[in-house]
Design a binder for this molecule. Structure first.
Ligand code: SF4
Length: 433
């Protein structure tokens, strides 16, 4: 069993009690908005295009990120990492993403004391979202990340009566902070230059969308990259696994150019719950496409991101996943935004039901659970379910609960889903009453 606590005490704490290796070794980029972050949790911030022209390394090491690193080195807590601070404050023994992801970064660097405030530091892991083209309209996504969502809002108009969501997630088309076409071209070119410049240091590239396999910019980027030696890089894509033809094309073009190919399929609930949560998702087809990949020489992973209502089907999902656990790895996260969809917002009585189900599952699978990569993510969900939250994201829980109910009713209407036939009775009653 991984001793995260020992790692925290012996490796992270001597540097600082708030030190997180992801701030250095993980660089996330959203090209359409020209933004960056250090992992999927903090809200991203703008890349300074003038700075990027001066020094391409500032694409990752923005002034903002250097400031966050400085705060961490002096033991302060950058605001954007509040998700980790919240988990650590709720339970001092909790293994937050900060500790879990830092532990995993030992694969890339042994001595973290060498991490400093250099503008030229090169991360080991890069994640990039090229474009928002997507054929799915998942319930927790939005128009800034999915072209299908943008189309839905254009045709059917904004969602109504959603209160407490300061981001106005479903009232906007997500275009206001997009770069102009010229700026987008500049950032895309700079990103390609950034990766090629740092090719010998970067060990892992993960490509997101929308759905990356339908993005021309994604294919163009990879074609530029394979003109160089990529044999030290693991290339990973996050896909909704809806199009096996494009996956085959991707594998035949790039499989032998990179050290490894990793295919991450996004799914957090199975069957009809999955089809509700991820409009466009077809459970039978997903299984066929997954079977197709099982005997390919690729790393397979499932990325499961949990909004509150997905916890309703979590145990069924874990039992389904169990049959593949020797072949497919699992990363398990909790959704943070839109705020009214977060696990925190569920009513206490539902949290108690799910807590019993999940703790029972952990007990029955204890030996396996202790060694599973996803145990940190699942423990964090358990910690959140135990919290009788009254405020989340600075908004009263009752307001967010009302918004969640309103939202799911409208979402179900728009996409012809049936809440009562999909979810457990307690959850359906909560949403519909
Ligand atoms: S949110 Fe947590 S894991 Fe992400 S960079 Fe901040 S401290 Fe690290």
């Amino acid at each position: 069993m991984i001793d995260y606590k020992k790692f925290k005490i012996e490796v992270l704490d001597p540097i600082s009690p708030t030190f997180c290796v992801s701030k250095w070794h993980q660089a996330d980029f959203w090209l359409e908005t020209g933004m960056t972050s250090s992992c999927h949790l903090p809200s991203p911030h703008k890349i300074d295009l003038f700075e990027a022209e001066r020094n391409v390394q500032t694409l990752h090491n923005t002034k903002e990120k250097l400031h966050q690193k400085q705060l961490m080195l002096q033991g302060d807590k950058p605001d954007g990492c509040s998700n980790c601070w919240q988990v650590e404050e709720l339970d001092s023994d909790a293994i937050s993403e900060r500790i879990g992801s830092s532990y995993n970064m030992q694969e890339y660097q042994n001595d973290f004391t060498k991490l400093d405030l250099s503008e030229d530091h090169i991360p080991a892991k890069v994640t990039v979202a090229f474009e928002s083209y997507c054929n799915f309209t998942c319930s927790y996504c939005d128009a800034s990340q999915s072209s299908s969502w943008a189309t839905d809002l254009k045709i059917n108009g904004p969602y109504k009566r959603i209160l407490g969501d300061s981001r106005n997630t479903y009232q906007r088309l997500g275009t206001s902070n997009r770069l102009s076409p010229e700026q987008y071209q500049f950032v895309s070119d700079k990103f390609t230059e950034y990766v090629i410049t740092n090719l010998s240091e970067i060990k892992f590239i993960r490509c997101l969308g929308g759905e990356p396999l339908i993005s021309n910019v994604f294919w163009k980027f990879l074609n530029s990259l394979i003109e160089y030696d990529c044999s030290n890089i693991v290339l990973s894509i996050v896909t909704n696994l809806s199009d096996v033809t494009r996956i085959n094309k991707f594998l035949s073009k790039y499989q032998h150019k990179f050290k490894r190919i990793a295919i991450n399929a996004s799914i957090e609930t199975i069957g009809k719950r999955g089809e509700f949560l991820r409009t466009g998702f077809k459970w039978e087809k997903f299984q066929d496409n997954l079977y197709h990949l099982l005997d390919k020489d690729v790393d397979l992973n499932i990325i499961a991101t949990y909004p509150g209502i997905a916890v309703d089907g979590m145990v069924e999902f874990l039992n389904w996943y169990n049959q593949y656990r020797d072949r497919i790895s699992l990363d398990l996260y909790r959704l943070r935004f839109p705020n009214f969809q977060a696990i925190q917002v569920l009513p206490t009585e539902l949290k108690k039901i799910y807590l019993i189900q999940i703790e029972e599952w952990i007990d029955q699978n204890r030996e396996y659970f202790n060694t599973a990569i996803f145990n940190v993510g699942l423990e964090n969900i358990v910690t959140i379910l135990k919290d009788e939250c009254t405020i989340y994201d600075n908004v009263g829980i009752e307001t967010l609960q009302q918004s969640a109910k309103e939202y799911y009713k409208q979402y179900a209407d728009r996409h012809k889903h049936n809440i009562r036939n999909t979810f457990s009775e307690p959850l359906a009653n909560w949403i519909l009453n």
